[in-house]
Design a binder for this molecule. Structure first.
Ligand code: GLY
Length: 559
């Protein structure tokens, strides 16, 4: 299995200046991305007078060409924007949906029928993509430049090609066995049996043709008509169950962002997204628990900081895995899970010292209610965008649509495909996140904008499945509680804990030398040689934008 952290690309775009209308020319902003070519596309859009939404759309499309590990047309995501003209935020869910022919037993049946990893490999693992429709409606609502201007750089990169760097061949080699099972991806990435090579020009004419249609027609062709019919036929020929109706009925959904006031500093508000993103609930819960445990009295490199992080995440992941999913499937209203009365009650389970109860399950609020790409932007008018998009695993389902040049996601694995059994991230669900026709699978993607005194200050997002959640939390703490600079906060060691498995994941080469030993002494199981999510962060320093590319990634901040 390839390194799981590669399944999401991350990019952050930050642009701020005075409160003046944008004009063409140099920008005070910054673009941070998991790929330097996509970063350059974003900078040019900003220099052309584009705003944060314009830049996010153009960068996301460029990533679909230059970063096929995670950038995509065949996936989905979430976008969070802060509109400076209203001082309000809006969210967009363009997550994939489950095909109508699937249900909660679909993958169990496929297991019995002998399919190989049916929720991960091939078009049977793919949800109905949201990216083409999502990027279009985001642009319609918040963009300023012409649509064609935003798609053209991606089309050109596909048609004229780009020089292959070091990372793409490495990632392709890691996924070779799975990517070469089907002819379209095999021929695209392994021509004449050899992986595309560093230093060579990589031209993608089929993808360029799709982008040309997107540029001139908008996304409708993707969901209706001949193109949609060809996709459905190809998907079904290789074991998928899409229908024309699944595509025609796909719709991005507007979301009301969640505002979390930092319980330790009321000048800071975190704006994040509600389910099916788990970011908003996770941040609200963990910050409440950490504050209750006195996080501000702990040192960043102390075992006590690690302990309270672990115990806060233990409770938050138990709720995530049991209660969260597509809001239409949820039995509880999100508000009940972040209600201070409920959180106070739940915080009673937090141990004042030592290790908490590994059997801690989800809470029960009384009232019953009802490998990824990240882009963060702050623009010259004070607007902000955080956009995370994904095809789930690195190179998604490994299945490329024949003749179309793009890979499909394997997002169906984010549902509880086999309740009680771990998915590819080791997450074990037993709650409301079952496969259900037309619904969206739960996500750890957490595009986040932090307001200070009501204005965008930090833009955060990451790739790396559930480790996105622990990463955003820790970078935020390092920056706000520990006073580290942005780059230091992004580079600083992190841990991850998700309850099941009952083990703490550390990154050995970065973590404090004695931490592993001290955690073991407290009774924690430790996996010391683990990977962390890749975060790209942006910050307004009062005068200009600063960017910090995660040193764990190949990201780049510019200009
Ligand atoms: N595909 C990973 C996530 O959305 O959490």
């Amino acid at each position: 299995m390839i390194e799981r952290s590669v399944r999401t690309a991350v990019l952050a775009v930050l642009l701020l200046g005075a409160l003046l209308p944008a004009t063409a020319g140099a920008t005070a902003g910054v673009v941070v991305s998991g790929d330097s070519l996509a970063t350059a596309v974003g900078v040019e859009v900003l220099e052309d007078g584009g705003n944060a939404v314009d830049a996010a759309v153009a960068v996301a499309l460029a990533l679909a060409v230059t970063f096929p590990e995670a950038g995509n047309l065949g996936g989905g995501g979430f976008l969070l924007a802060f509109d400076p003209s209203t001082g309000a935020s809006w969210g967009l869910d363009f997550r994939e949906t489950a095909p109508a022919a699937t249900d909660s037993l679909f993958y169990l049946r496929r297991d019995e029928e002998g399919w190989d990893q049916p929720s991960l490999l091939g078009p049977g693992a793919a949800g109905i993509p949201g990216s083409p429709a999502g990027l279009w409606v985001a642009w319609k609502r918040g963009g300023r430049l012409r649509w064609r201007r935003l798609v053209e750089p991606a089309r050109r990169l596909a048609a004229e090609g780009f020089t292959v760097g070091e990372k793409l061949p490495r990632h392709l080699r890691e996924a070779r066995e799975e990517l070469t099972r089907w002819p379209a991806a095999r021929e695209r990435f392994f021509p004449r049996g050899k992986v595309i090579a560093t230093g060579k020009r990589f031209v993608q004419p089929e993808l360029a043709a799709v982008l040309e249609r997107l540029e001139t027609e908008g996304p409708d062709f993707f969901y209706r008509g001949d193109f949609a019919r060809e996709m459905v036929e190809a998907v079904r020929a290789d074991g998928g169950v899409w229908s024309l109706d699944d595509l025609a009925s796909y719709e991005p959904l507007w979301m009301s962002p969640v505002t979390v006031v930092d319980p330790g500093d009321s000048t800071l508000q975190l704006i994040a997204l509600p389910p099916p993103s788990s970011g908003g609930v996770f941040l609200a819960q963990t910050l409440f628990f950490l504050n209750a445990l006195g996080v501000r009295d702990t040192a960043a490199d102390s075992v006590e900081r690690a302990r309270i992080l672990i115990e806060s995440m233990r409770l938050a992941f138990a709720d995530r895995n049991h209660h969260l999913g597509d809001p239409r499937s949820m039995r509880l209203a999100m508000a009940d899970l972040i209600d201070p009365r409920y959180l106070r009650e739940r915080a009673r389970l937090l141990p004042e010292s030592g290790r908490g109860d590994p059997r801690a399950g989800p809470g029960h609020p009384l009232r019953e209610g009802v490998h990824t790409t990240h882009i963060s932007i702050l623009d010259e008018e004070g607007g902000a965008v955080a956009l995370t998009t994904t095809i789930n695993s690195s190179f998604g389902s490994k299945w490329m649509v024949p003749g179309k040049g793009f890979l499909l996601n394997n997002e169906m694995d984010d549902f509880d495909t086999r309740p009680g059994r771990p998915n590819t991230y080791g997450l074990v669900g037993s709650g409301v996140n079952l496969v259900h026709a037309g619904r969206r699978m739960l996500s750890s993607m957490s595009p986040t904008v932090v307001l200070r005194d009501g204005r965008p200050w930090l833009v955060l997002g990451a790739r790396g499945g559930p480790r996105i959640l622990s990463t955003i939390l820790q970078v935020y703490l390092y920056r706000t509680v520990d006073g580290m600079g942005l780059s230091e906060a992004v580079a600083a060691p992190r841990l991850h804990f998700q309850g099941i498995p009952d083990r703490v994941f550390l990154e050995k080469e970065r973590c404090w030398p004695r931490l592993e030993e001290e955690l073991r002494a407290l009774g924690y199981g430790v996996d010391a040689d683990s990977w962390m999510a890749k975060v790209q962060a942006a910050e307004w320093d009062g005068h200009r934008g600063l960017g910090a590319a995660d040193p764990r990634s190949e990201g780049r901040a510019a200009p």
